[in-house]
Structure formats: structure tokens, C-alpha cells
Design a protein around this ligand. Structure first.
Ligand SMILES: NC(=O)c1ccc[n+]([C@@H]2O[C@H](COP(=O)([O-])OP(=O)(O)OC[C@H]3O[C@@H](n4cnc5c(N)ncnc54)[C@H](O)[C@@H]3O)[C@@H](O)[C@H]2O)c1
Length: 251
């Protein structure tokens, strides 16, 4: 157990090369965290160069969160570069097939669950293992309002996100007495490449998801909640699923 006293706080952001994850990276860097961006999208490399040029501390680790060997290597890279891991915001995820339930091929269902749910399990499992020896850590799982709400042509995506909320509650119970907190943020429709692709493929969904505020979120609005929960402001919060959805789940 290597503790580097006085060093800046370190976090992993999965899916950090785009959308909500990228906004989380920017906010963490602005608060002085050292950030490991984990994504299968190599755009994260250019992002790291820009952060370093501006005086921030970041690295990119090419990662497929559905592969345990990648997640192990990610944790080794993060702790190798920056020592103790204080936080993680797990954003990596994909949209579903945009089909009614009876038309979804089992292979596609398995692939979506492998990334969104099994990938989240693998990240939480290895992040918790790194945090427990220090009795200090906070993990945020980016789930979705789709965990709580029935949405058309989205049964694969909804089930992956509802699974995340159960995973978070169970893992939070295992970790609370060790001062490691685990929470979920449930975004509503947010202006990112993922949301744009699902709107094109699923017009019925696009119609429902700006209610009731009549707009979509900026990625920074979701990141603000995730960064709050991962940081010291959330020190007595664990096991919650926090909608950040402009009222979508109550509409
Ligand atoms: N945008 C929305 O409207 C919305 C709403 C609710 C929840 N979410 C959730 O927010 C999270 C971030 O989505 P976003 O909207 O920013 O989308 P995005 O497509 O902009 O970003 C997702 C990132 O995850 C990465 N990724 C996908 N699969 C991966 C894998 N197997 N391993 C590593 N990285 C992987 C992608 O390369 C991408 O950089 C997702 O989990 C998504 O389900 C988004």
C-alpha cells in the first residue's frame, strides 16, 4: 500500500473521451485532480495533450471496460502513475439496439449488458479493491433515467441501467463501513453523440425525453452532480441513485 502524502487527488473516468465523461474530466482537472481517462476511443490521447499543455495532470489508458484484463491494466496504470486512487466516475456505455423487445437478438442483448452492466461491475470491483486498503474512496456509476422509467424500444438499455442501480446499492453496503462510497447518477437526455445516435434510431424515444423541462441537458450539468458525489461534498452520501434528468422520471 503506497500512500503519497500531500499529493493531489487521483480519479479514473471511464468513457472520458466523449460526452458526459469528457465533461467530468474537465471539471475534475479544474479542481486539481490527476485524472486517468479510460476509453476505447483513442480521442482521449488528444484530450490528454490539451490538458497537459494547460498545466493539468492526466493520462489516457486505452480500455474496453467489458474485458477484465483491460480493467486490471487500467487500475495498475492509474495507481502506478498517481498512487492512491481516491475517486472514479464510470461513464462508459452504449445505447441499445433501438428495437422492440421481441426483435432483439440475444447476442446483441448480451453485448449491451456486457458493456453497460458487466463492464460497470468489473470497474467497481477493481476500483473498490484499490480503495479499501486506504479506507478512503468514492465511486460514481453513470446509470440513466432509463433505470427507473419504461422507454420505447429500449428494453435492453433499460435493463442494463436498472442493473447498475442494484449493483450500486449492493456494493455500497459492502463498502460503507470501510469509508468507500458508491453512488449512481441517472442522467436524462443529454446532448452527446450517444443521445444523437439514439434519437435518429428511435424517433419514439426522442419525442418523450425532453419532458418536462422542454430541453436536453448539457454534459456539464450531469458532470456537476457526478463530481459533487465523487468529491468531499458527498462524504455522507452512499448507495443512492440520483436522477439528474430535468424531471423526466416524475413527468
Ligand atoms: N446522453 C444521454 O442522453 C444519456 C442519458 C442517460 C445516460 N447516459 C449514459 O451516460 C454515459 C455516457 O454517455 P454519453 O452520452 O456521454 O455518450 P458518449 O457516446 O458521448 O460517451 C460514451 C463513451 O463511452 C465509451 N465507451 C463505450 N463503450 C466502451 C467500452 N466497452 N469500453 C470503454 N469505453 C467505452 C465511448 O467510446 C465514448 O467515449 C453512458 O453510460 C450513457 O448510457 C447518457
Amino acid at each position: 500500500m503506497e500512500r503519497r502524502v500531500g499529493e493531489r487527488r487521483s480519479a479514473i473516468v471511464t468513457g472520458g473521451a466523449s460526452g458526459i465523461g469528457k465533461a467530468c474530466v474537465h471539471q475534475l482537472i479544474a479542481q486539481g485532480w490527476a485524472v486517468t481517462i479510460a476509453d476505447r476511443n483513442p480521442d482521449g490521447e488528444a484530450q490528454v495533450e490539451a490538458i497537459r499543455a494547460a498545466g493539468g495532470t492526466a493520462q489516457f489508458v486505452a480500455t474496453d471496460v467489458s474485458r477484465e484484463e483491460d480493467v486490471r491494466a487500467l487500475l495498475a496504470a492509474a495507481t502506478g502513475a498517481y498512487g492512491q486512487l481516491h475517486g472514479a466516475i464510470n461513464c462508459a456505455g452504449v445505447v441499445g439496439m433501438s428495437k422492440p423487445v421481441h426483435e432483439i437478438a440475444v447476442e446483441d442483448y448480451d453485448r449491451i449488458l456486457a458493456i453497460n452492466l458487466r463492464g460497470m461491475f468489473l470497474c467497481i470491483k477493481h476500483q473498490v479493491a484499490a480503495m479499501l486498503p486506504y479506507r478512503d474512496g468514492s465511486i460514481v456509476a453513470v446509470s440513466s433515467a432509463a433505470a427507473l422509467k419504461g422507454l420505447p424500444w429500449s428494453s435492453d438499455y433499460c435493463s442494463s441501467k436498472a442493473g447498475i442501480d442494484g449493483l450500486v446499492r449492493g456494493a455500497a453496503m459492502d463498502c460503507a463501513e470501510h469509508n468507500v462510497r458508491i453512488n449512481a447518477v441517472l442522467p436524462g437526455a443529454t446532448i452527446t453523440p450517444l443521445a444523437m445516435s439514439s434519437s435518429n434510431a428511435n424517433p419514439a424515444l426522442a419525442k418523450t425525453r425532453t419532458r418536462p423541462m422542454e430541453r436536453m441537458a448539457e454534459p456539464s450539468e450531469i458532470a456537476a452532480a457526478a463530481v459533487f458525489l465523487v468529491g468531499p461534498g458527498g462524504s455522507f452520501v452512499t448507495g443512492i441513485s440520483m436522477p439528474v434528468d430535468g424531471g423526466m422520471v416524475i413527468a
